[in-house]
Write a protein that binds this ligand. Sequence first.
Ligand code: C2E
Ligand code: CA
Ligand code: CA
Length: 743
Amino acid sequence: MNGSDSSGSGGKGSGGKEPDGAEAGGARGAGSGGLPRDPAFLASLASSLLDHGDMALVYVDRAGICRHADRRFAAALDRNPADLVGHALGALDHPVAAAIATAIAGVGDASAPSTAPVDCRTLGCDGRLSFLSGSVLVHRDGAGVALGYLGAFHETGDPDRIAEFVTCRDSFVATLLDAAVDGIIISGRDGVIRSVNRACSRLFGYEEGELLGRNMAMLMPPPFSRDHGRYIDSYLKTNRAKIIGIGRDTLGQRKDGTVFPMHLSVGEARLGAEVTFVGIIRDISERLAAEQRASYLARHDPLTGVLTRTAFLEECEALFAGQRAGQQAGQDAVQDAGETVPETRFALFTLDVDQFSDINEVFGFHVGDAALKAMVSRVTEVLPPDTIVCRIAADEFAALSRVADGEHAHRLADVLHDRLTASIYADRHWVRLRLSIGAAVEDETVHTLEDLNAKAKLALQAVQHNGGNAVCFYTPEMAAAATRRMMLTMHLAHAIERNELHLVYQPIVDQHGRLQSAEALLRWNHHVLGAVSPGEFIPVAEESGLIVPITDWVLTTAVAQMARWEAEGVLPDRVFLNISGQQFLRGNLTLRLEELLAGHPSLRSHLGLEITEQAAVRDLKVAVRTLGELADLGIQAAIDDFGSGYSSLSYVQQLPVAKLKIDRAFVIDVPENPKSNALVRAAVGMAHGLGLVTVAEGVETVEQRDFLVSVGCDMMQGYLFGRPMMPEALADMVRRQAVAALE
Ligand code: C2E
Ligand code: CA
Ligand code: CA
């Protein structure tokens, strides 16, 4: 190997230095076109060949001694080159050595051919079977005397196995293809089918024999079959096929004529000059169905089947744009024809169930779900057939309908409200929903769906602000009102810390005009806006959740005031505080009161709470429990605003309350209005029947007082006896009364 190393570097050197010299040498030694024959050139060529060729090489001198063996050759004999060089090759007990010896013997004399083939099986130390295939070449000097022998070999696979593979290839490939799930079709460059696998025949419903030799286009419906013909034509002209390597979704046609979606990917195989196309076909009906299902699910609410919000907006937007374009076209046509087309406009209804969570809480989610489904079917029943309905949130829906005019929209909204608030039989329970509907009708000021949507939303806010369970159509004042509510919400959030709240107290008197109790009423004096009435800010507080800290402030402040009054000896029998429905049903009211009264146990029997009839009835179970807990503490409860809401004494009867406050709306008309008289008389009678004390609110005149006393009303409250006043004023009143009693 040493020798080959030195000649190798020398070879590189001379080849690198004189590329032109080699050319010149070639011209000198071998005639034009041949390799140069000068010794330096040949030496460098030989060393390149020996060191860098990819053949296994061995050189044996004429005495049979190995003079050169490269790594590949040595490895084929499972030896190192050093083990071979300098040794007689024939002495090795190896089939390769033996085969070379035989070959050398065959080329030994001058008359014999100068090369002999060698094919020999060898087994490496790794147990790998391989074959050396090549020849032995005799190396002669100028006189033709043999100097030695060069063996050059390739390592190859087992020729028997290769032959075996080739013979069984066709059936092997066919088996493989038939095992494939995808349809595979092989065609020539003319588009004629050469071969199909079983999946392909099955997919298209043909026998293999019906396909072979026919054009691929038969498997596609028009226009794809025509397109395919064009592809082939263009391919034959340009020799370029665009589809190669690119899969695409297309349609296939079965023998029975049915068409199905398929994915086709095409590969090109060249065998010499012959070109074949391999098409792999997959039936994608299921995938497409799944995609369609997924996109349906993305656009539809799974519970009710109506559109989702995003899909609704998209569809409405499209409809809206379509209507506008249609209107324009219609107007043009009308002008041309001189006739009139009935004009329609859009109405958007937004629906929100009031306190829907109550239904879920009381009856369970399955009832809530069933109620929502029933709602949707009633919406589609009531509104015109081309209405688009969507579910915006859990219990919020929107519907866009075409209406003739505003009046039509109002009629629809009223029917909608009636139908949706009628009893619903939901999963074996009868439930009644309270529903707020905000609606808006398209007019000149509405240019986009968003405009209409904003108006319907404002209308909905307005209904909800006014107690819900009603229909309200957008009016321009609503925008201003909503802005004002937003501003109030912002300022109200700081009212406590800025000390802007205070309580006033209004006396409640008995039939003789003697002060028995008082109602605490909240006041808000904003530093810029001035006095904001509780009628305005309490609903804002309820909507924003600010009612929670505000109620807590009221409770704390009133209890502290009562403690002061008690110390001064001027505490009325009862001081009533107003508790909003939200706070009453959700808050941990009892716990908080227990905490506050812990330091003043004697105040318990002086405290009263007023809750509205609506709040109590909304969740009777919670109301009964809470009122019971309060009664256990000694706190009395009164039903406020009786007559303004459900006015159902059958409900009130179930509540552990002591007082019933008759709403000012009834008192205001007595004694002039016989209807009001009858109502007040009935309310007092029934309340007494239930053992309740009655209180009339808003008593302003002597006539009202006299009437109330005549029907047996126990207590009265109103400007006639005293306006809501500062705590000191009420204390004075109590004191004056005590003095008067002594006199
Ligand atoms: P309400 O509970 O029905 O309170 C009685 C309302 O009638 C008070 O209005 C009172 O000033 C008014 N009023 C009393 N006598 C007469 C009268 O002879 N004529 C007329 N025209 N009105 C009379 P106010 O103070 O404006 O309160 C309005 C509503 O705000 C209250 O109605 C109550 O629902 C709510 N509210 C007031 N303070 C609180 C509170 O601390 N918490 C809660 N949650 N709500 C409160
Ligand atoms: Ca009240
Ligand atoms: Ca009241």
